[in-house]
Write a protein that binds this ligand. Structure first.
Ligand SMILES: Nc1ncnc2c1ncn2[C@@H]1O[C@H](COP(=O)(O)OP(=O)(O)O)[C@@H](O)[C@H]1O
Ligand SMILES: [Mg+2]
Length: 342
């Protein structure tokens, strides 16, 4: 184990040059005909106790990135440093047994509470299953822990004997949260946890997540495709497009003063004052094929501000000189004066 440097003291996760390329198999002999570059060289860090939002259209690689962190997928390349108790471990090449120990500390919360909860299991068993898998505690302790967990997420102990179908969508996601909390993790990768819920219920689940974060000093990587959900919960936001991060900035900056044309386009698709009304420039076309990404800037095929350089040269994700720790990958960011939504 390496020691933390002073600068890394408040960092929990540091991801460097992360790639996940899925092979495409073709023909009778299933030879590899190419690769889907779902995550294609991503660098970022998460600070302890913060919520880092991750947004981008469907297919941009958000879920794959989350799954690489918890090693549900083995990354093709790159480093995922997890900082804990003053030390650092690279999760991307950790042996399975060691990784299983770390899995207690990094949990995943899924989008669809219907398919992630086993319909034949009682709630009490569902939420304490991780304890059993990791062989922590005794049956008596499972019962106690189940009561604690169900209360934490705003449900009642008598509901522990019920089955998932007896609950509403919002309640089922609360059960998903209880399960994710059962091992007292430090980091939770929330993969669109409210996307499948009615708008009226979304805020309740987001409130719950943010209360639990304060109480338990949790850190979240919060994935969403909707910028308005992320704004509500995140301190900083990352924007992903076709396997690459195109912008990282504080929530406030992203909304007031976006640095990347793709971020501006995502903001243009929502309106604070007229929900459902599309304003300004709306993204046309769809996300290109990630097995054959465009050369130069990956966004150039849909960008309204394109110049020759954008077709040929890949823009690096560079720190913006605003002293606020923002990063943008755009050749023309400085001259564009992009608009936020206010
Ligand atoms: N297991 C897989 N095998 C092959 N391709 C995959 C797999 N999972 C995702 N992909 C592809 O990777 C790209 C990114 O997908 P995903 O990470 O699910 O994006 P998002 O969560 O942003 O919608 C998509 O083109 C998707 O089809
Ligand atoms: Mg996804």
């Amino acid at each position: 184990m390496q020691k933390n440097t002073e600068k890394e003291k408040d960092i929990i996760l540091n991801v460097k040059r992360l790639k996940k390329h899925f092979p495409i198999h073709k023909g009778v002999f299933r030879h590899v005909a190419g690769y889907v570059k779902a995550v294609d060289g991503v660098d970022f860090f998460i600070k302890k106790g913060e919520t880092l939002g991750l947004v981008g259209e469907s297919g941009s690689g958000k879920t794959t990135l989350g799954r690489c962190i918890v090693r549900l997928y083995d990354p093709t390349e790159g480093v995922v440093e997890f900082h804990q108790n003053g030390g650092v471990k690279n999760l991307s090449n950790l042996k399975r047994r060691e990784m299983n120990v770390i899995r207690r500390d990094i949990q995943m919360l899924y989008q669809d509470p219907n398919s992630s909860l086993d319909p034949r299991m009682r709630i009490g068993d569902i939420i304490t299953e991780p304890l059993k898998i990791h062989r922590i505690g005794s049956p008596k302790q499972y019962k106690e822990r189940a009561k604690e967990l169900i209360t934490m997420v705003g449900l009642k102990p008598h509901q522990l004997n019920m089955y998932p179908h007896q609950f509403s969508g919002g309640q089922r996601q609360r059960i998903g949260v209880a399960r994710a909390l059962s091992l007292s993790p430090e980091l939770i990768i929330c993969d669109e946890p409210v996307s499948a819920l009615d708008v009226s219920v979304q805020a309740q689940v987001l409130n719950l997540l943010s209360d639990l974060q304060d109480e338990m000093k949790l850190t979240y990587l919060f994935i969403a495709h909707d910028l308005s959900v992320v704004e509500y919960i995140s301190e900083r936001v990352m924007v992903m497009y076709l396997g690459k991060l195109v912008e990282i900035a504080s929530s406030e900056k992203i909304y007031k003063n976006p640095g990347h044309p793709y971020t501006e386009a995502l903001l243009g698709a929502i309106s604070k004052h007229e929900p459902g009304v599309f304003r300004r420039y709306i993204l046309e076309g769809s996300i290109p094929d990630p097995s054959d990404p465009p050369p130069g800037c990956v966004f150039h095929t849909r960008c309204p501000y394109i110049k020759e350089i954008c077709r040929n040269i890949v823009p690096a994700l560079k720190e913006v000189k605003d002293g606020a720790g923002s990063f943008v990958a755009c050749h023309r960011s400085d001259v564009l004066g992009l608009k936020g939504y206010n």
